[in-house]
Design a protein around this ligand. Structure first.
Ligand code: GDP
Ligand code: IMO
Ligand code: MG
Length: 428
C-alpha cells in the first residue's frame, strides 16, 4: 500500500512543487493534506510555468488524480479561479477531488487574519493573510463550515447565523470595523455549492479504494517542518501540522500505508515572515543570492530571508519526519559562492548545543557555529548526471548527508522538470 509523504524539511519553499511534478510520472495520485492557499508551489515543465496554491502539483500528468484532503482549508474563490486559470491554459482539471470534510476559508477569516496581524503590532507573525489561521481556529473550536455543509442549506444558514453573529461582535466591538452580512455570505455559499459540486467527494473513500488497488500516492506537503504548528518555531508557525504527522488526520490515511517519507531540502535556507532564523545572512551575500535565485514569495511576493544551510535544524527535521530519502534542490544557486557555510551547532551563552531548541526565544539568541567548505567554479546548473557534479559540490552533498543522517536520492539543478539528477528511486 504505497503512500509516500513529500515534506518540506525547512521553512517552506524548498521546491516541493517541482519535485512532486517530477515524481508524479510514477504515481496515480497526488494528494494535499494540510495548509491552504498560503502555499505557493511552482512547477515548470513543457506545459509552461505555473504557481499552484491549492491544486496538487500532480495535475500536469494526465494519468494522475489529485485530491484536496479534509485537512486542507479551502478558499472556494481561490480554488475556482485556480481551476479556471489551469483550464484556460489547456490543463485537464477533471480529475481533481475536493473532500466534503475540508473546512472553508470564509470571507471573515481573511478579514480576521489581516486584523489580527495588525493587532500584533511590532511583533507580527507575518502570515500570508489568506485566512488560514482563523479557519483552523474555527475548525478546532467546532464552529467551522465544511464543504459538505454547502449541500444542506437550511442547516448551513442556522449554523452560519450563529457564527456570523459571533464574528460580528468581534469585528465591531474588538476591532471596531464594519460587520459582515449574513445574507451576502449565505448567497455566496449557494454559488460555491453549485460551482464546487463537480469536484466534491468523500475523498478518504477514494484513497482507501486506491490503496486496495495498490496504487502509488504522493502526499504533497505544504509549508515546511519548521513551520509545523507543534514542531516548528512556535508561535512563528502556520496553523496546521505540515510535517508527515498531519497526513494521517488530514486524509483519513492509515499509518501502515505510508511506505516512505521524502524530505525536500534547499541547498541553503530561506524563511518568509517573522521568527527566529539562526543562519540568516546579514551581509550582501543574501541580496546576491536572493536576486540570482529570485527568492520572492510565490504567494505574497515578499522578499524571502536568506541563510546558510542549518544542519542542526535539518537533523531535527529528519528526526521528526523519519525521512527515508532526501531531495536537495537549488544546488545551482550556490554556483560560484566560495566559501559555503554549514551551521553545525548553536552557541548559546558560551555553550555549543547541537539540538534544536523548543523555545523561539532561545533560538533567537543562538549564534550559529559554522563549518566552511570550498565552493565550486564549474556550474552545476542543468546537470542531470551525478558524475558530472564538480567534486566540491559532491563533497558538500556528502557532508550534508552525514550531518542529517540520511541520503539524497535526488538533486535538483534548476527549476525545470528536466533539470534533475536521479540517484536512486525515491518510491519503491
Ligand atoms: P515550494 O513551495 O516548496 O513548492 O517551493 P516554491 O515553488 O515556493 O519555491 C521554490 C522556487 O525554486 C521556485 O521558484 C522553483 O521554480 C525554484 N526551483 C525549484 N528547484 C530548483 C532548482 O533546483 N534550482 C533553481 N534555480 N530553482 C529551483
Ligand atoms: P509553501 O507550501 C513559506 C509562513 C508565512 C508565515 C507563517 C504563518 O509554498 O512552502 P500563515 O499564512 O500560514 O498563517 O502564515 O507561515 N508560510 C509559508 N512560508 N512557504 C509556505 O508555503 C508558507 N505558508 C505559510 O510566511 O511566516
Ligand atoms: Mg512555496
Amino acid at each position: 500500500m504505497p503512500g509516500y509523504g513529500l515534506i518540506g524539511a525547512q521553512w517552506g519553499d524548498e521546491g516541493k512543487g517541482k519535485v512532486v511534478d517530477y515524481l508524479a510520472e510514477r504515481a496515480q495520485w497526488v494528494v494535499r493534506y494540510a495548509g491552504g492557499n498560503n502555499a505557493g508551489h511552482t512547477v515548470i515543465n513543457e506545459q509552461g510555468s505555473f504557481s499552484l496554491h491549492l491544486v496538487p502539483s500532480g495535475i500536469f500528468r494526465n494519468h494522475v488524480s489529485c485530491v484536496i484532503g479534509n485537512g486542507v482549508v479551502v478558499d472556494p474563490d481561490v480554488f475556482l479561479s485556480e481551476i479556471e486559470a489551469l483550464t484556460a491554459r489547456g490543463i485537464d482539471t477533471k480529475k481533481i477531488y475536493l473532500s466534503d470534510r475540508a473546512h472553508l476559508i470564509m470571507p471573515y477569516h481573511v478579514l480576521l487574519d489581516k486584523l489580527e496581524e495588525k493587532d500584533r503590532g511590532d511583533d507580527p507573525i507575518g502570515t500570508t493573510e489568506k485566512g488560514v489561521g482563523p479557519a483552523y481556529v474555527d475548525k478546532t473550536n467546532r464552529s467551522g463550515i465544511r464543504v459538505g455543509d454547502l449541500y444542506d442549506p437550511s442547516n448551513l444558514l442556522s449554523r452560519l447565523a450563529t457564527v456570523v453573529e459571533h464574528k460580528n461582535a468581534l469585528l465591531t466591538k474588538v476591532y471596531q470595523v464594519s460587520p459582515v452580512n449574513l445574507d451576502d455570505i449565505f448567497q455566496r455559499c449557494m454559488v460555491w455549492a453549485q460551482k464546487l459540486d463537480p469536484f466534491v467527494q468523500s475523498t478518504e473513500l477514494l484513497l482507501h479504494d486506491a490503496l486496495d488497488r495498490n496504487e502509488t500516492l504522493i502526499l504533497e506537503g505544504a509549508q515546511g517542518t519548521l513551520l509545523d504548528l507543534d514542531h516548528g518555531t512556535y508561535p512563528y508557525v502556520t496553523s496546521s501540522s505540515s510535517s508527515i504527522g498531519g497526513a494521517l488526520p488530514g486524509l483519513g490515511f492509515p499509518p501502515q500505508a505510508i511506505a516512505g517519507v521524502i524530505g525536500v531540502f534547499k541547498a541553503y535556507c530561506t524563511r518568509v515572515g517573522s521568527g527566529p532564523f539562526p543562519t540568516e545572512m546579514t551581509d550582501n551575500t543574501a541580496d546576491q543570492l536572493r536576486e540570482r535565485a529570485w527568492e520572492y514569495g510565490t504567494t505574497t511576493g515578499r522578499a524571502r530571508r536568506i541563510g546558510w544551510f542549518d544542519a542542526v535544524a535539518a537533523r531535527y527535521s529528519q528526526n521528526i519526519n523519519g525521512f527515508t530519502s532526501l531531495v536537495l534542490t537549488r544546488l545551482d544557486v550556490l554556483d560560484g559562492f566560495d566559501p559555503i557555510k554549514i551551521c553545525v551547532g548553536y552557541d548559546t551563552n558560551g555553550t555549543t548545543i547541537n539540538r534544536f531548541p523548543s523555545s523561539s526565544g532561545i533560538l533567537e539568541k543562538c549564534t550559529p557555529v559554522y563549518e566552511e567548505m570550498s565552493g565550486w567554479s564549474k556550474p552545476t546548473a542543468g546537470i542531470t548526471k551525478a558524475n558530472q557534479l564538480p567534486q566540491e559540490a559532491a563533497a558538500y552533498i556528502s557532508r550534508l548527508e552525514k550531518l542529517i543522517g540520511s541520503e539524497f536520492h535526488m538533486i535538483s539543478t534548476g527549476p525545470h522538470r528536466d533539470e534533475t539528477i536521479l540517484i536512486k528511486s525515491l518510491m519503491e
